[in-house]
Design a binder for this molecule. Structure first.
Ligand SMILES: Cc1cc2nc3c(=O)[nH]c(=O)nc-3n(C[C@H](O)[C@H](O)[C@H](O)COP(=O)(O)OP(=O)(O)OC[C@H]3O[C@@H](n4cnc5c(N)ncnc54)[C@H](O)[C@@H]3O)c2cc1C
Length: 431
């Protein structure tokens, strides 16, 4: 089988790269083996929330030079400020075209309310999530009702309400809690392991009495001006939630629940659908196993997968978008961390050595953990290093790239889309 580009991994990075290539007429295949990190995420995309020295980032523009001084090996530092901002804008434009209903911009981060009632700096958030500006203005509503669903444990209204009031933007608010009784969920509730956001959303979309649901929300919310709900209303898109909003008096907001998260899942579905509409080939349920290389040209010749073990997948370009440990894009054994498909070189930093397990963790559980910096080495074109040299037709995008700690810096989704669009641009310029 022959393609212009074969992408390994169909998460945020792989799909964004695939869309950019398909849009320009490249024939792409995405080999994908299972769920992606975006299915578990909050639905808000972080560009850069903190610097390595712990300082909070308000504006990417203003903080970029500090980032590149403190962490020259960060992918953003390799690309330069303008390229990161251009690619971030390109992704925002794509998201708008797909109707992803994001608010926020790369000019300034905003704060989203977390499921535990804290505030987290971020770049783009679904418009249905409660957010406030970083400048400290008070939340626009005074009376808030945080409503859970009876028997649903992946969202805790009391905890959220109690913590919310400690943020100065919510100090003026009267926050009360309650639980919605939705009879259509009674059967599901009795199967407690099935009582998760995805199943609730499915059940509600299929058989809820819509008007009864509206009146249950209004009655439980009482005189509240704003209602915070768990994100269980709308499986594949925000449409069901928007319809509910149109019929309900108080302003509705939704919050991510414990994973799986519908907010991230909706974005995943939209990207995947768009890639396929553009003619891209999704090879779901398959797993890239190994590659063959052409030593003379420093190129990947082909790869083999679980389903196509004897039939090589050949392409001009290969894109490694297989994620980090969470998605098995990186694998950890007792004495080494490695990338399993291409055996690409793994980054080594001052505090992380892929072959010295004593360097992988910090003794303090809450400290940034050095193993989060694990990942493959790339250059400014996203080409991947193997045995000390860069392969000319293998690119890495997203969480499989190493050299920075995405949790500490709050930059994982930004890195995913910026590297994906940069790699696609480089591939398109080469042809
Ligand atoms: C629990 C969780 C919560 C998060 N929350 C947030 C958040 O709130 N905000 C934010 O900005 N970021 C968040 N992130 C990070 C962010 O979602 C990810 O960094 C980003 O989506 C990474 O995308 P990716 O495409 O690089 O990798 P992934 O999403 O990990 O996708 C990689 C895909 O490749 C597939 N794959 C791996 N190996 C192979 C193989 N050999 N063959 C075929 N397929 C393969 C995997 O199955 C997976 O589907 C979160 C991450 C996690 C894990």
């Amino acid at each position: 089988m022959n393609f212009d580009a074969v992408i390994i991994g169909g998460g945020l990075a792989g799909l964004t790269c695939g869309i950019a290539l398909q849009q320009q007429g490249k024939r792409c295949a995405i080999i994908n083996n299972g769920q992606a990190a975006i299915d578990f995420s909050s639905g808000s995309l972080d560009l850069l929330s903190r610097l390595p020295n712990g300082e909070n980032v308000v504006s990417f523009d203003r903080s970029f030079s500090a980032l590149s001084e403190q962490l020259p090996q960060h992918p953003y530092s390799l690309f330069g400020k303008q390229k990161v901002l251009d690619k971030a804008q390109q992704f925002s434009d794509l998201a708008e075209k797909l109707g992803l209903n994001f608010i926020g911009s790369s000019v300034q981060n905003h704060l989203r309310v977390s499921p535990l009632g804290g505030l987290r700096g971020t770049w783009l958030s679904p418009s249905s999530i409660p957010t406030v500006l970083m400048s400290g203005e008070a939340f626009a509503y005074r009376k808030i009702a945080v409503l859970g669903i009876e028997g649903y444990h992946d969202f805790q209204p009391q905890l959220l309400a109690e913590n919310l009031k400690h943020n100065m933007q919510f100090a003026h608010c009267e926050v009360k809690t309650g639980f919605l009784h939705i009879p259509e969920l009674d059967l599901l509730r009795s199967l407690s392991r099935e009582f998760r956001s995805v199943h609730i959303a499915q059940a509600l979309e299929q058989k809820v009495d819509f008007d009864a649901l509206v009146s249950e929300i209004e009655q439980t919310a009482d005189d509240a001006e704003a209602v915070f709900l768990p994100a269980c209303f709308g499986l594949d898109s925000q449409d069901f939630f928007n319809q509910l909003q149109q019929k309900t008096k108080p302003t509705l907001f939704e919050l991510p629940t414990l994973p799986p998260s519908l907010l991230g899942n909706r974005q995943h579905q939209a990207l995947r659908k768009h890639f396929e509409q553009l003619g891209g080939t999704m090879m779901n349920g398959d797993r890239a196993l190994r590659a063959e290389f052409d030593e003379d040209t420093a190129k990947v010749r082909c790869i083999f997968t679980q389903i196509h073990e004897d039939e090589p997948l050949c392409a001009e370009h290969f894109i490694l978008a297989s994620g980090s440990f969470f998605s098995n894009g990186l694998v950890c054994e007792f004495d080494k961390v490695y990338e399993p498909v291409f055996q690409a070189d793994i980054v080594q930093t001052t505090d992380f050595n892929p072959t010295d397990r004593f360097s992988w963790t910090d003794r303090r559980f809450a400290s940034p953990q050095p193993y989060h910096k694990a990942g493959v080495i790339i250059n400014a074109q996203c080409q991947v290093q193997k045995c000390g040299a860069f392969l000319t037709n293998l690119y890495a995008v997203g969480a499989v790239i190493g050299g920075y700690n995405p949790l500490e810096l709050g930059c994982s989704s930004g890195v995913a889309v910026v590297t994906a669009l940069s790699a696609a641009e480089h591939i398109l310029q080469r042809n």
